[in-house]
Every structure is written in structure tokens, then in C-alpha cells.
Design a protein around this ligand. Structure first.
Ligand code: ADP
Ligand code: MG
Length: 683
């Protein structure tokens, strides 16, 4: 039984004392079951290859005969041991570093297998490992698993220990998948697959084992998501908003523009969700400039009209201020009070705001992360909207729940999530998509230029300024050094002032005080500065429709999605807009990104290419994304399996007898133990 393996502590294995057990715990391994489930991430290939096929620089294993007496050279404590070996009738030299003790074993005529790196030019093999067939070989001819290890745990030790665990307990590895799925997809039984993944006899077998385990991993993941979802659906513990359609229509009628069909449709989806007595957990995705803010505004309006409060959470103070300003303009005529809560408020101001929230004097609060945490309480929170990749995690939802609140949640993102990821990462979310941009928008023209063309770039700025338009000039990004970013911005600002003395050039960077930032942003938004030199602090969300020119310096340093975000700061009004990427033409992967940017301004296409270039792990920028981490599956390569697994899981959970039939007992047990995505209990 599966449970049994997880109940056996690793200390039970021979060779695992308390200190080794401690090191294993640090790798997340505490039971024999955990150890057996600790899969290798690749294999070291010790299979003997035909020598004539080997290419320069490859790591190879060859078998040959020693053909000369060994030569040992010593350099202080270091040494170099050389011998000639015949392989397939050809002579090569084999070299060992710091293995002087091997000298006496290298007898002429003796057979030897060598693993190492081949250097074609010098016809030399730098030996990493060697074995003598007359003494019996352990590794030659095999694929050796390579595990992720650390601390006091070595590759050799973990191989040996996992081997022992498999020999001793392998027979207890249970089948988890329903028999019908195993046979439908012609999968290896679980016990065999686990054995083979650790000790594949050949690569065909290793691949079959991997196929089985990848399917299982993705299937179980989908089962968890779907079971979680089903369980959540059953509990009508959310707020059933009462929505008056007439009121909503009147509010929409008072907006300064007509909503696009796409905006109307997603608003309908959101309001329908808000009316239900379940907690809404909906993702709104729409390309930059698609008009998500107004969708949020209508939803917030609906919650306030029903007697609740609404919160809008954003990633930066600049955005918070921008949204607070525009929402206040929109809502104040309706007698709706909007407040702003950010980290830079004075303590006194902050306490004022918090008190007003608690008493219900404020209807809508806009702010950064701190908004929903710590000492902030609401009188009656009905809806939380989070903007721009600020994913509202399950943990945050449980913070609110602990405060006795169970608001509906709308998450907005401009990083369109390819369907691949949407069904994995956001499998527990409902998704709405804004497909069209507001009418009359012209596509942004994008150019890729070299640094030598700076004069023309300056001319471009002047032309737009003369036409009454404005420009952003983004400074190069120095990874991990905000200080250098800031210095770049200051330098570029000085250069532009010199080159364009009659234009007003503003400056914005992360080391400025909040008041300075607000002033810089404010004068630019008001049209009082022609050019805003900025670090990436304006990357997301900033909305200045009169800005028509986005220039990015050293564009090859930016990721594709980031460039697309930056470009999205222009093209927000009726004027033709431009994006100029100043990039080094020699930068190799930069080229692909520049090409993607000039090829298309469709955010979905950009996201797809970004995923291709960077792989899913990096897609959202590391950890905070909430991307699930898989042991074996790779979301790009194993996508077809993922879709299959999702369909199979849906089919199974919909079955009448899934929750009762003894045939699924083991799978149900597993789900009951594991169905806690991101650590939140099911209740
Ligand atoms: P994003 O989806 O990137 O957050 P915004 O909500 O900031 O986009 O909207 C971009 C710009 O388009 C804003 O200036 C907004 O006022 C304007 N806008 C939004 N919807 C429409 C519409 N239906 N018609 C015309 N302009 C619109
Ligand atoms: Mg926005």
C-alpha cells in the first residue's frame, strides 16, 4: 500500500543514520515513499559508443586495450597520468589528472573502459572515470541516474540508497491510476515504471517509464485541481451580489466612451459570477491597452451599489495613484468615496484611512499589497480586484477569510496566458478574455535600430513633440542592480537635456521619493513634459494616451513580455504610435526577441513566443508566479499529455460512482491527502 511506504521513515534503511536522515529531510525526503519518488532529472550515459561516430568535445565511453607504459608527471601536489590506448584499431591518448595511484594498474595489454571528454585535435580523452572489465564493471554500458543532491549527500550515496530502497520495498509500490486509463494509454504499471525510471536498462525503456510517470503526474495534478474546484463549488459561502441591471446600464452610459463588445461580454460574465452565492475567482486577461480598468470599475460599481466595499490592488504606487485618480473622477459624481492606501502615507493619514474603511466611510480603496493585510479591516468587503500580474494567491484569500470576509475576486493580467498555462496554473480559476481593443486604435509601428542611429531617434522625438505628442525613453536594465539602473536614468536624462535643450525632459526612477515620483508622473500625464526618461518603474499599467513614442535603450536586455508591456504604454489614444527598440544587432537571443517584436503586436502571439524562448519556468518570472513545479513533466514538451490528462480527469470526476466505488479507493485516498493546492485546507 502506498500509505505504508510513506509511513516508513528513511532511517529504517540500512546506511541512513540520523545525520544522513537530516540531510535527506532538507531535500524533502522523510519516508521511504518520498525517497522512491525522488526521480533523477537526467542520466549519465556510460554506454559504449562506436568510436568512429564520436565528435569533438563530446563526453563518451569507449572500450580499448592499453598499448603503452603509463607516464606520470607530478607538479607539486598535482599530477598528470598519460597512457596510449587502442580503440577499434585506432590509437588515442588517455589522460587522468590527480589519479597517480592508477599508474600500477595500467598494464600493457589490459582491457579498459574509459569515460571522458574527447578532444579531436589532440586525439586525447580526458578521463573522468574508468573501469577494468577483468574486475567486473558497475557502470560501463549503463545509464546512471543523476539526482539533485546537496549538503553531505553525494550522487554515489543517493544512488546506492535508492537502490536499496527499491530492492527492499519495491514490491510495495502500488498502482494509483484506474486500470481503464492504464490500458487505454498503454502505460507501464507503476511499480515497473518507478523501478525503470531509477534504473533504466536502455533508453527505450527509460522513455516508456518516463511517459508513464509524466502522465501520472499531470493526471494527479488535474485530479487535484478538479476535485478542489468541485469541493469549492459545493459551498455557497460567498456573497450573492444583488445587481440592478438598470443602474449598471446608466453607469455605463455615463462613461466617456462606448464599451467594446468584448468589454460588455466580460462584464456580463463577471456580474453573473458575482450574483452567485459562491466565491468568484475569475481571471480577466486582455492585451495591454485592451481596456481592463473600466471593466474593473463597472464591477466595483456593482459591489458598492449592493452596499459593499471594493478594493483594487496594484503592484506599484505609481499605478495606485493613477487608478485612484481616475476612479475618483469616475465615481465621485455618483457619491462613491474612493481612498488611496500605500506604504508612503504618513502614519496619521494611514490610520485615518483605515478607520474610514472600518466605519464604511470609504466605498473603494486603491492600494498596493499592504491593503488586504495586517491591521486593515473593512466594514463589508464585497470584491477585490487585483491588477497587472499581481496574482491573488490562495494564501491571501485565506487571510481575508480569517478576518471573516469572503469577497469575490477578480484578477486582471495583461500577460495573456497561453491556453497551455491557463489550464495548469489557473485550473482553479474561471477565465474571461478581452479579445478586441477599443475601436480606432492604430497598430503600433515598431522599429529595431542600432545605437549609431541615435541622431535619428532624437529627430523622431522632436517630430512627435512638435506635433504635440509625448515620448517615453526607457533606460537599460541592469539585472539586480537598481543603483545602476538609476544611474543610467540620470545619465540619459542629462544627455537628452543637452541634445534637446528646448524640450522639457522629465525623470522618473525607483530611488526618488514618492512625492517626487508623483510629481514627475503628474507633469507628464498633464502634458507638461515632452519626454519622460524612466527606469522600468513604468513598465505596467501607466496610462497617458497622448504619449505616442516609446523608446527602449539596450532593448536586448529586456524579456519579450516586458518589451511588449513597455510598448503597451503607447498606442492608447487615437494617434499613430511608435516603438523604437535600440538594440545591439550582435546579441544572439536579443535578435529573436527584436524580430518577434517587429513581427507582431499581438500579445497572445508574443506570449507564445516568450514561452518558447524561455520555457514555462521563467514565464512569469520565477517563484511568485504560483506556477506548479513538476518533477518530470515539462509543460512545453508534454503539453499534449497535459490536455489528455485534463480530459481524463474531467471524465473520471464526473462519473457517478467515482466517489463511492471501491475501485477508486486508492485514488480517492490520495486526493484526500493531497488535494490542498498551495497549502489551503479544503474546508
Ligand atoms: P489596460 O487593459 O492595459 O489596463 P486601460 O484600461 O488602461 O488598458 O485602457 C487603455 C486606454 O483605453 C485608457 O485610456 C482607457 O480610458 C481607454 N479605453 C478603454 N476602453 C475604451 C473604449 N471602449 N473605447 C475607447 N477607449 C477606451
Ligand atoms: Mg491596466
Amino acid at each position: 500500500m502506498m500509505n505504508d511506504l510513506f509511513a516508513i521513515p528513511v532511517e529504517r534503511l540500512q546506511g541512513v543514520g540520523s545525520s544522513k536522515a537530516g540531510e535527506l529531510h532538507a531535500l524533502g525526503i522523510s519516508s521511504v515513499g518520498d525517497l522512491i519518488d525522488y526521480y533523477p532529472f537526467r542520466y549519465e550515459d556510460y554506454r559504449i559508443r562506436p568510436f568512429h561516430e564520436v565528435k569533438d568535445g563530446e563526453k563518451i565511453t569507449v572500450q580499448g586495450t592499453i598499448a603503452s607504459a603509463p607516464v606520470l608527471q607530478r607538479y607539486g601536489r598535482k599530477s598528470r597520468l598519460t597512457v596510449r590506448v587502442t580503440v577499434e584499431g585506432l590509437l588515442l591518448s588517455a589522460v587522468w589528472f590527480n589519479r597517480a595511484f592508477l599508474q600500477e594498474q595500467l598494464a600493457i595489454g589490459r582491457e579498459i573502459t574509459l569515460t571522458g571528454k574527447w578532444e579531436q585535435r589532440r586525439r586525447q580523452l580526458t578521463v573522468a572515470e574508468s573501469e577494468f572489465p577483468d574486475k567486473g564493471t558497475a557502470k560501463t554500458g549503463t545509464l546512471q541516474p543523476v539526482y539533485s543532491v546537496g549538503g553531505g549527500i553525494t550522487q554515489a550515496w543517493i544512488r546506492k540508497t535508492i537502490d536499496r530502497a527499491l530492492t527492499q520495498y519495491g514490491a510495495m509500490i502500488p498502482e494509483l491510476l484506474p486500470a481503464e486509463l492504464v490500458s487505454r494509454h498503454d502505460l507501464m504499471p507503476r511499480r515497473e515504471a518507478v523501478m525503470r525510471i531509477h534504473r533504466p536498462e536502455n533508453s527505450q525503456e527509460g522513455q516508456e517509464a518516463r511517459r508513464r510517470m509524466v502522465y501520472e503526474e499531470l493526471f494527479l495534478f488535474q485530479m487535484k485541481l478538479q476535485a478542489y474546484r468541485a469541493a469549492n463549488r459545493k459551498q455557497p459561502d460567498g456573497l450573492a451580489h444583488r445587481v440592478n441591471n438598470e443602474e449598471i446600464r446608466a453607469f455605463v452610459g455615463g462613461l466617456p466612451f462606448e464599451l467594446t463588445d468584448s468589454q460588455k461580454q466580460v462584464i456580463n460574465e463577471i456580474l453573473a459570477d458575482m450574483k452567485r452565492p459562491y466565491v468568484m475567482n475569475r481571471l480577466l486577461q486582455g492585451d495591454v491597452g485592451a481596456g481592463k480598468t473600466v471593466v474593473a470599475a463597472v464591477s466595483l460599481y456593482a459591489t458598492v451599489r449592493d452596499g459593499n466595499q471594493g478594493a483594487l490592488m496594484v503592484p506599484t504606487e505609481i499605478l495606485a495613484e493613477q487608478h485612484a485618480r481616475s476612479l475618483a473622477k469616475l465615481f465621485e459624481p455618483h457619491g462613491i468615496q474612493v481612498g488611496l492606501l500605500t506604504g508612503s502615507l504618513t502614519e496619521r493619514k494611514r490610520r485615518d484611512i483605515i478607520a474610514s474603511l472600518q466605519m464604511g466611510l470609504l466605498d473603494i480603496i486603491v492600494g498596493t499589497h499592504a491593503l488586504i493585510q495586517e491591521d486593515v479591516f473593512f466594514r463589508r468587503l464585497g470584491l477585490v480586484v487585483t491588477d497587472e500580474q499581481h496574482r491573488f494567491g490562495v494564501n491571501q484569500r485565506s487571510i481575508l477569510r480569517r478576518k471573516g470576509m469572503n469577497p469575490d475576486v477578480l484578477t486582471m493580467t495583461a500577460t495573456p496566458i497561453p491556453r497551455t498555462l491557463a489550464i495548469t496554473v489557473f485550473g482553479d480559476l474561471d477565465v474571461s478574455t478581452l479579445r478586441e481593443r477599443p475601436k480606432g486604435r492604430k497598430p503600433i509601428k515598431t522599429y529595431w535600430v542600432k545605437h549609431e542611429m541615435m541622431d535619428r531617434v532624437l529627430g523622431f522625438i522632436r517630430r512627435e513633440a512638435d506635433a504635440g505628442r509625448q515620448a517615453f525613453f526607457i533606460c537599460p536594465l541592469i539585472e539586480e542592480s537598481e543603483k545602476l539602473d538609476v544611474q543610467n536614468a540620470i545619465d540619459l536624462h542629462a544627455q537628452l537635456r543637452q541634445a534637446l535643450p528646448d524640450l522639457k525632459i522629465g525623470l522618473l526612477h525607483g530611488r526618488m521619493t514618492p512625492a517626487e515620483k508623483e510629481a514627475a508622473m503628474g507633469t507628464f500625464a498633464a502634458g507638461e513634459t515632452h519626454v519622460l526618461v524612466s527606469t522600468t518603474v513604468i513598465e505596467v499599467g501607466v496610462d497617458v494616451p497622448n504619449a505616442t513614442l516609446m523608446i527602449v535603450m539596450d532593448a536586448e536586455r529586456f524579456g519579450l513580455s516586458q518589451l511588449h508591456q513597455l510598448r503597451g504604454r503607447v498606442g492608447r489614444g487615437e494617434h499613430q504610435s511608435y516603438c523604437v527598440l535600440i538594440a545591439d544587432p550582435k546579441s544572439e537571443n536579443g535578435q529573436e526577441r527584436m524580430k518577434a517584436m517587429t513581427d507582431t503586436d499581438d500579445g497572445f502571439e508574443i506570449a507564445r513566443r516568450d514561452l518558447e524562448l524561455r520555457g514555462p519556468g521563467d514565464f512569469f518570472g520565477t517563484k511568485q508566479s504560483g506556477m506548479p513545479e513538476f518533477r518530470l513533466a515539462n509543460l512545453v514538451n508534454d503539453f499534449a499529455v497535459l490536455e489528455q490528462a485534463r480530459d481524463d480527469a474531467a471524465e473520471l470526476t464526473a462519473k457517478e460512482d467515482f466517489w463511492t466505488s471501491p475501485g477508486y479507493a486508492r485514488l480517492r485516498d490520495y486526493l484526500l491527502r493531497e488535494a490542498r493546492p498551495q497549502g489551503e485546507p479544503l474546508d
